[in-house]
Unconditional design. Structure first.
Length: 295
């Protein structure tokens, strides 16, 4: 599909080297793009592009047809190129250097960062009369946790995810992989000004609720999750920060019956988000899809 019909066979090719650098945050910021691979992730990117062409902008797609195992990869390649991605034909061993998977599926793409991020005030609003959930992540540091939480927020139909800086990069390859494509689906913003967050929530009538084992009532014994809320999850090591606690009046907790002393933030957040869904959208039992438990 290259315009000149050529295929890159050297791992030292300039385009390949620059793409490989995107595993590092400083290079993602310098180049303004991030890498993504895996057919499911790329399929979600394409689906979002078809809904809103400005929401996702592919920059280039490295491909090796010898590694395609079905029709999906060919279709995704056409869709990405049709959306403006520059096709880069590479040999199998070259694509392997761009992939973190045990077995490459024949495609690796890069996407524009600025298209996915939005200022807080530009996050999309609710289109229904039902309560909204906003997920507030307080200076998380683990890319796997962030990826899982974004994916779960998407699964429960959350309105947005807000990341308080300093936070792990949402475009870290481990985070992108953990979202399984939900990074392309759910609006998110990164902010450092806590007062800006409170003002934004106040204007939209969204009540902040902190997750804290020592402060809150057990989630299903409390009314804190009822209505439109912003669920605040704290840093993995320190919990909810003092500057957020100063404005929080509602908390929820999860019971600990066994000997474990704590829960991983992505597990706790997932349980609380689904409890919010159960409380506020009971009709989902009839209309929602059963959850898939694969990777």
């Amino acid at each position: 599909m290259n315009a000149d019909g050529s295929r890159i066979t050297s791992v030292r090719n300039g385009r390949v080297v620059e793409a490989r650098k995107l595993t590092q945050r400083k290079h993602r910021e310098r180049q303004g793009r991030f890498p993504a691979e895996g057919l499911q992730i790329l399929a979600m990117a394409v689906e979002r592009m078809q809904e809103d062409a400005a929401a996702v902008r592919p920059r280039e797609v490295f491909y090796c047809e010898e590694l395609f195992t079905g029709k999906t990869a060919s279709r995704l390649l056409r869709d990405l190129v049709g959306a403006g991605a520059d096709p880069v034909h590479v040999a199998p061993h070259v694509l392997d250097t761009l992939s973190s998977r045990e077995a490459s599926q024949g495609l690796a793409a890069t996407f524009d960062i600025s298209a996915l991020e939005a200022p807080l005030d530009e996050l999309s609003g609710s289109t229904s009369s039902e309560p909204d959930l906003v997920l507030i992540l307080d200076r998380l540091q683990d890319p796997g946790n962030l990826g899982t939480l974004i994916r779960t927020a998407d699964a429960v139909g959350a309105r947005a995810v807000v990341l308080l800086e300093p936070c792990v990069d949402p475009f870290d390859p481990k985070t992108v992989r953990g979202t399984m494509g939900s990074l392309f689906s759910i609006p998110f913003a990164r902010i450092s000004d806590v007062e800006e967050l409170w003002s934004w929530l106040d204007r939209r009538g969204i009540r902040p609720v902190g997750a804290d084992a020592t402060e809150g009532n057990t989630a299903w014994d409390a009314e804190a999750l009822s209505g439109s809320i912003a669920l605040v999850l704290g840093n993995e090591a320190r919990g909810v920060s003092p500057d957020l606690r100063a404005r929080l009046t509602d908390y929820v907790a999860l019971p600990m019956v066994g000997k474990a002393e704590s829960l991983n933030v992505s597990i706790a957040g997932g349980v609380l988000m689904y409890e919010w869904l159960r409380v506020n959208r009971p009709s989902v039992r009839d209309s929602g899809r059963p959850a898939s438990l694969c990777e």
